[in-house]
Design a binder for this molecule. Structure first.
Ligand code: SF4
Length: 49
C-alpha cells in the first residue's frame, strides 16, 4: 500500500503517484495540470499531456 497524501502539507506532485500503477518519474516531481478532455470531463495526469 502507498502513502496517503497529507491534507495539511499537500505534495507538489501528482497526489496519486504513491499508489498509481502508471506513475512515471515526472509524477513525483511535478503536479499535473487540470484540463478538460471533452463532455465536461476534467483530467489531471501527465500521461495525457
Ligand atoms: S500523473 Fe497520472 S500517471 Fe502520474 S501518478 Fe498521477 S495519475 Fe498516475
Amino acid at each position: 500500500m502507498g502513502e496517503v497524501p497529507s491534507p495539511i502539507n499537500p505534495p507538489s506532485d501528482c497526489n496519486f503517484h504513491p499508489r498509481c500503477p502508471f506513475a512515471i518519474d515526472r509524477c513525483s516531481v511535478e503536479e499535473p495540470v487540470l484540463k478538460e478532455v471533452g463532455s465536461g470531463h476534467l483530467l489531471s495526469c501527465h500521461l495525457y499531456d
